[in-house]
Design a protein around this ligand. Sequence first.
Ligand code: GDP
Ligand code: MG
Length: 162
Amino acid sequence: ATPTVAIVGRPNVGKSTIFNRIVNERISIVEDTPGVTRDRIYAHGQWLGHQFNLIDTGGIELGLDMFQQEIRAQAEIAIEEADVIIFIADVKTHLTHDDETIAQILYRADKPVILAVNKADNPEQRQDIYDFYSLGLGDPYPISGSQGTGLGDLLDEVVKKL
Ligand code: GDP
Ligand code: MG
């Protein structure tokens, strides 16, 4: 069966932007404000001849009242559905409590988790990714969804774990 890669992370970190970059189409709706109705969240991706299904869990609307419950539930879906999880954080907001909450859920998963730090648009921001080592998920991969940088290295790591 085709393996599945799931994208998790807080609202507004750039999950949909990265999803669209990976599948090379504008499938998932990129929103400046979190919490709006989203478009498709499943697509087919490939990298270096490796095929995979990609899920943007941020687009899964569970209707849970509390924001924390919603992101927890999205992380649980990622753990259940995925063979590899891409956890996206945002270098501009730095590390947040919600990132730590998600990381704690992902520790329990017996699945590879690759930490990507988005919005690393310039060299100074790429320096700031080192803070994210404290999540305990290994090397953070700096990426920029708006520039399209860093995605090759990230996807190399993803397909290694498929
Ligand atoms: P999601 O809620 O995690 O799916 O995030 P979106 O993909 O909808 O993006 C949220 C906002 O961040 C939008 O305004 C995007 O244009 C912006 N954004 C996404 N990636 C980048 C990036 O690499 N750099 C910068 N500066 N902004 C980004
Ligand atoms: Mg989104």
